[in-house]
Design a protein around this ligand. Structure first.
Ligand code: HEM
Length: 135
């Protein structure tokens, strides 16, 4: 798999998710959260693959609602920075360039929305990008 292939496929997405979680497992703060919630890693990877398949390939494989699942986790703003840094790096390595940009924009937008909902006093108005469409 390499990022030079410019047609996005499900295989790119599988690799994105596999490599993202491999990296996340080396980050103590993120890993502590995942470990506390995930019993079945294969099932979790499939759900996240379905999410990216729907977002990037317009399939109907994901029907969930991520926000409430995150709102009950003990997340802090810095953890979002770690998550996004790993995600950006992994997306640029594993996806064709245009798909990587799309995925990163979507992840950043979701992180902003999660933080706006979760942290009292988080100033959504300081993030004008939130007014733009997610996709
Ligand atoms: C601090 C950053 C984050 C942490 C620690 C985190 C952690 C988690 C955990 C533990 C779950 C499983 C929840 C459960 O099954 O109860 C999950 C699910 C998920 N996360 Fe995150 N997450 C973070 C940020 C994000 C962001 C920015 C996105 C945006 C793409 C995202 C997308 C998803 C999706 C799509 C699921 C699957 C939801 C479902 O089961 O329907 N996460 N995350």
């Amino acid at each position: 798999m390499n990022a030079e292939d410019d047609t996005l496929t499900e295989r790119h997405i599988t690799e994105l998710v596999r490599r993202f979680y491999e990296r996340a497992s080396a980050d103590d703060g993120l890993q502590a959260i995942f470990e506390s919630v995930i019993d079945d890693w294969d099932a979790h990877h499939r759900v996240v693959e379905n999410f990216w398949s729907r977002t990037l390939l317009q399939t109907d494989r994901y029907q969930g609602t991520p926000y409430p699942l995150h709102a009950r986790l003990p997340l802090r703003p810095e953890l979002f920075e770690s998550w996004l840094n790993l995600f950006r790096k992994t997306a640029l390595e594993t996806l064709p360039a245009e798909a990587a940009e799309h995925a990163i924009a979507r992840a950043e937008h979701m992180a902003e929305s999660f933080k706006a909902g979760m942290f009292h006093g988080y100033d959504i108005r300081s993030r004008p990008s939130l007014g733009k469409p997610a996709a």
